[in-house]
Structures are given as structure tokens and as C-alpha cells.
Design a protein around this ligand. Structure first.
Ligand code: HEC
Length: 118
């Protein structure tokens, strides 16, 4: 079953069991409240991106090491464009699976919350 169909079915099923949705599908909840840089964004970048984008490797002339650099690519839209695989951006992480929807949603939330050093 493809992922899209699965999500549609899941939505239909959870609509029937609305009041116990959290108990049935705890993993479907993506918590975007006060996303932490040190606790979430930084480790995701370390695991998926820094091998090519630390200050030494600097592939594509892009460094994502240190919050100041991450803020540059957050502000100019290239970080989100790349991880969301939007047209006009190089899809990242290069040569690897797209980040999960929840990871992308949380990074976007962290950016919208003001790229806090939290
Ligand atoms: C295997 C190496 C590799 C990995 C892993 C990788 N990148 Fe890249 N990235 C590149 C290269 C090479 C370029 C420049 C060439 C290109 O754009 O395709 C690039 C370009 C970019 C750009 C500029 C894209 C644009 O269109 O302006 C951004 C932003 C970026 N990467 C972010 C990330 C993020 C975030 C991750 C992790 C989720 C990541 N990269 C993982 C190699 C990598």
C-alpha cells in the first residue's frame, strides 16, 4: 500500500475514533510547540547534513555548522526549499531519503518561531 493511500485510510479510520485518536496513534502526533535548536534542529542537521555541510566540507559552498550559518539558510529560504524538495532547489539530503514529514514540519516551525537558540 503506498504511503498516500495509507494516510488517507488512517485519516478515515481516525475520524471514526476521534475521541481516542491519541491513544490509538501516538506516533502520528507531531509536536511543533517551541521546537528546540539544541534538542531537535541541530541533531537532525548533524545526522543528515553536516557530513557535507560542515565548515570543512562546505559542499555547494553551504555550511550548516553553527546556528549563525543555519540562520542564514533559514532566512533566505534555501534550507526549507531544499528539505521540502521544492522546485528550483536542490533536493536534500543529497543521495539520501527525504527527511520525515514531522522533521520538516518541526524545522519549519523552529524557523517560524524565530530561529531561537534554545
Ligand atoms: C552527500 C552530501 C550532501 C548531504 C548529505 C547534504 N547535502 Fe546539501 N548540498 C550538497 C551539494 C553537493 C550541494 C550543492 C550542489 C547542489 O545544489 O546540488 C548542496 C546544496 C545544498 C543547499 C543549497 C540548495 C539550493 O538549491 O540553494 C542547501 C540549502 C543544502 N544543501 C542543505 C542541506 C541540508 C539541510 C541537508 C540535510 C538535510 C543536506 N543539504 C545534506 C551535498 C549534500
Amino acid at each position: 500500500m503506498n504511503k498516500y493511500l495509507f494516510l488517507v485510510l488512517l485519516t478515515l479510520i481516525s475520524a471514526c475514533y476521534y475521541d481516542v485518536e491519541e491513544e490509538l496513534y501516538p506516533n502520528e502526533i507531531c509536536d511543533t510547540q517551541e521546537v528546540s535548536y539544541s534538542g531537535f534542529v541541530k541533531p537532525v542537521l548533524e545526522d543528515n547534513c553536516l557530513i557535507c555541510h560542515n565548515s570543512g566540507s562546505n559542499m555547494g559552498n553551504v555550511t550548516l555548522e553553527g546556528i549563525d550559518n543555519v540562520r542564514i539558510y533559514s532566512a533566505n529560504g534555501r534550507l526549507l526549499g531544499a528539505i521540502k524538495h521544492e522546485p528550483g532547489f536542490s533536493p536534500m539530503p543529497q543521495g539520501n531519503e527525504k527527511l520525515s514529514d514531522c522533521q520538516i514540519t518541526k524545522i519549519e516551525a523552529w524557523i517560524n518561531q524565530g530561529t531561537m537558540d534554545n
